[in-house]
Design a protein around this ligand. Structure first.
Ligand SMILES: O=c1[nH]cc([C@@H]2O[C@H](COP(=O)(O)O)[C@@H](O)[C@H]2O)c(=O)[nH]1
Length: 276
């Protein structure tokens, strides 16, 4: 997300979490120090750095710390730090997944392996259709990740509530999510839970222009020889440009919605699980 929308959204998300009765702790690595909860000026600096902050997945954590760099943590690294300090529930927009043609490129987000090895409940709006959604679900199954649709039988596809793929299971209340989180922890499964909240219908950017923009940007990847970690940021930026900002508006709306749902889940979970 570009500045200043990233800063404003982060602040608004923290406010939503507080208003809901939970405690927000935005996670990042600042000058080599992992931080769990940021002061407003720290949040602003990070937001202003934008792409100059290092996109930090699990593999990058040690390097960013050793080099005293500033890292914006992806879902995999954020889960790692959340688990370390006993945070059970974490909200984000979307997660990474298996890329289209991932069967040959092996471009599979480390978010999926982290979900397989770290017991944190991640609240998201599913994965974008820039990815291969059926293979993403297969890989989550391989990793032993509990995937639930929140108030839906269908796995949501970020900008649109529909992906054409069935969610492996369904919940309808924060209490059900909390009970699953508590069972996961008490069984010592040591894997994560993915709660997939569909974008609210009134916020959903009309699916067709977003889908068309995704196709265009995927074609550009090949022309421009872009691969690996650069793929997701490039496609997100291009889709926003091509849809005249509609995808950014939808992105912000769904993140706030996830924050509301995630806070309710966190509160219900706190009633069931002792702090570790
Ligand atoms: O819809 C989204 N997908 C992915 C990301 C970011 O991209 C990361 C995955 O990147 P990669 O595909 O390189 O693993 C996620 O953890 C998250 O930080 C995001 O913000 N929004």
């Amino acid at each position: 997300m570009p500045y200043p929308q990233n800063f404003e959204t982060a602040k608004e998300v923290e406010a939503i979490v507080r208003e809901s009765g939970a405690v927000p702790a935005t996670i990042a690595i600042l000058d080599g120090v992992p931080c769990i909860g940021l002061e407003e000026d720290e949040l602003r600096k990070l937001a202003q750095l934008g792409k100059r902050a290092i996109k930090t997945s699990r593999r990058d954590i040690a390097y960013v710390i050793a080099k005293k760099m500033t890292g914006a943590t992806t879902v995999s690294a954020t889960m790692f730090f959340a688990a370390k300090v006993g945070i059970n529930v974490f909200v984000t927009g979307g997660i990474g997944g298996v890329h289209r043609e991932g069967e040959t490129t092996m471009d599979v987000s480390s978010d999926l392996t982290e979900l397989g090895r770290t017991a944190v409940t991640v609240v998201c709006a599913g994965v974008k259709s820039i990815l291969d959604i059926p293979r993403t679900l297969e890989y989550l199954e391989t990793q032993g990740v509990t995937v639930v649709g929140y108030g839906t039988d269908e796995f949501p596809a970020f900008f649109t509530p529909r992906s054409g793929c069935k969610a492996p299971s369904r919940v309808d209340t924060p209490e059900e999510c909390a009970a699953i989180t508590a069972a996961n922890l008490s069984m010592g499964l040591q894997s994560g839970i993915l709660v997939c909240v569909p974008i609210p219908a009134h916020n959903a950017a009309a699916a067709e222009p977003v889908e068309a923009a995704i196709q265009t940007s995927l074609n550009e990847l090949k022309e421009k020889n872009i691969s690996g970690a650069a793929v997701t940021p490039y496609v997100l930026k291009r889709v926003n440009e091509l849809t005249g900002g509609a995808s950014l508006t939808a992105n912000i709306a769904l993140i706030k919605n996830n924050a509301r749902v995630g806070s309710q889940i966190a509160i219900a979970t706190a009633g069931l699980v002792e702090e570790s």
